[in-house]
Design a protein around this ligand. Sequence first.
Ligand code: FPP
Ligand code: MG
Length: 313
Amino acid sequence: MEIMDRQEYSRRMAEQVAEVEGMVRGFLPHVCAGEAGMPGRGDSFQKTIFEAMEYSLMAGGKRLRPIFIREAYRLFGGDEESVVEAFMAAMEMIHTYSLVHDDLPAMDDDDFRRGKLTTHKAFGEDMGILAGDALLNFAYETALKGVGQARNKENALHALQILSEKAGVLGMVGGQVVDVEMTGKPLTEAQIDFIYRLKTGALLEASLMAGAVLAGATEEQVARMEKIGACIGMAFQIQDDILDVTSTTEELGKPVGSDEKNEKMTYVTIHGMERAKEMVEEYSGQALELLEQLPGENPFLNTLILELIHRKK
Ligand code: FPP
Ligand code: MG
């Protein structure tokens, strides 16, 4: 398995993050001044929602999910940049909406995210709710642009189906429901695995699967990408639990000790810190093994999965 040199990887990652940010910004709703007699975005009546969408979407973040889509797309030889980009932007909008709503007073009630005030703190709770709604809706408008441009519409619609299912009640929303309902209560291992698999894993699975499907991967290959995503999701969420205990607010950009404050059981409280760290390595190792069995080689993707084990934010 080919692994990239650390420096080269960091350079490539920084480049990718910058590229994704520019690209996602370009998809944001814009109505040009004078266009078809419409007011410009800056002076339209609903301009607050445009600002809140941009604020949350452009607040930083690792941009992992769109990067996973693109790397999976590359692994299977995809070559329609504008199509994959629409799906990447849509995914980041869905991810961002979930964070905006997760931070609301009715859920985790957090004031900081990515080192900035959370959207409801900056724009008020009403606009926080609406910004999440707007991003979720706009995500589908954006992905549909990709479907419209795709040579292979069937594959693009399949990718959209995966995206919507994994974001919904059978995926992220379902996981969040159980997470919210069980907060402050003891969890069985099956319940905690269910929550992690869905609330965190589902979008990572969807990213790898959608990239593969868009590039024309076979059903078997897509199923393997789903498994890889599930392993990455578990490793990612357990590392999140670890960082909530070991990191600092400055490094993380959001309050540490949030799980304790919200009386959430985590892998660290159930298994202890040492075992939790081992589990991150085990899940990441499994993801890499599964990836190795696929045809094609993507050293950047291999290195990204490996680097997530040691992520500090
Ligand atoms: C941080 O991602 C996010 C997670 C670890 C997932 C947590 C799941 C939720 C908050 C689900 C919420 C769902 C609903 C429906 C409200 P990240 O570290 O990649 O964040 P970044 O983009 O800031 O880097
Ligand atoms: Mg939270």
